[in-house]
Design a protein around this ligand. Structure first.
Ligand SMILES: C[S@@+](CC[C@H](N)C(=O)[O-])C[C@H]1O[C@@H](n2cnc3c(N)ncnc32)[C@H](O)[C@@H]1O
Length: 216
């Protein structure tokens, strides 16, 4: 039996308040749902839009593009002068994302980098004002040193799915199949919370999103 916590009714309520009025995003959501491709849930998407509206990042790095849904949401929340680099390991997924990003007219703003994030991150050296981490959860601790190196002072690191269905916060035994990821996410959160140059909290919407502000 799965021992995840069910707090889905709260998320379902918040999600129900958010209307997706964009025809292309609606089409993408249906495409993702029909193929079981995970994309940000509405309440997380809204939270990211809000962070973008407040912080107005000029350079954004996303790790985990999937079909480009969240990249497009971020681009639409910013002006056309911003740059979004988004990294995706799966070539088919990257080409679907390229199709939708072109369709959205955002191919000058969003640059897809098709590759394994750990390899790509090593090659990046220009800092970003916002980093959105939404890839393999078990790799988050490995991504972290690169995120810390690449985030600008006053920049924001958003890490999605850090509560992993409640298992990360759960006391007692976590089922074997989820244990490694839950432990790695705990390790990741402990590092974020103990970093002297970050202010971090976790917002328990969607599957939990960690927000880390980079101080001087
Ligand atoms: C949750 S989906 C991203 C969803 C997307 N951010 C959105 O909300 O529209 C995670 C994606 O990360 C990709 N991914 C997972 N691990 C990766 C890695 N190590 N390097 C690059 N991409 C990775 C997967 O192929 C998948 O498409």
């Amino acid at each position: 039996m799965d021992n995840r916590v069910d707090y889905s009714y709260i998320n379902a309520f918040i999600s129900g308040l958010i209307k997706l009025n964009d025809p292309l995003l609606t089409e993408m959501k249906e495409y993702a749902e029909s193929r079981h491709i995970p994309i940000v849930v509405p309440e997380t998407a809204r939270f990211i839009e809000m962070i973008c509206a407040i912080a107005k990042p000029r350079r954004v790095l996303e790790i985990g593009t999937a079909i480009g849904f969240s990249s497009i949401i971020i681009a639409k929340a910013l002006d056309s002068e911003c740059i979004i680099d988004t990294v995706e390991v799966d070539a088919d997924m990257a080409s679907t994302a390229a199709f939708y990003i072109r369709k959205a007219g955002l191919d000058k703003v969003i640059r897809i980098i098709n590759g394994e994030a750990l390899d790509v991150l090593q090659c990046l050296d220009k800092p970003y004002d916002l980093i959105f981490l939404d890839a393999a959860k078990g790799q988050y601790p490995q991504f972290l040193p690169h995120c810390l190196r690449l985030i600008n002072v006053n920049g924001i690191l958003l890490s999605d799915n850090v509560l992993y269905g409640g298992l990360v916060a759960k006391h007692g035994t976590v089922e074997h199949k989820h244990r490694t990821i839950a432990n790695r996410l705990r390790e990741y959160l402990e590092e974020l919370f103990s970093a002297d140059n970050l202010i971090t909290t976790v917002v328990p919407i969607g599957d939990g999103i960690a927000v880390s502000y980079r101080k001087v």
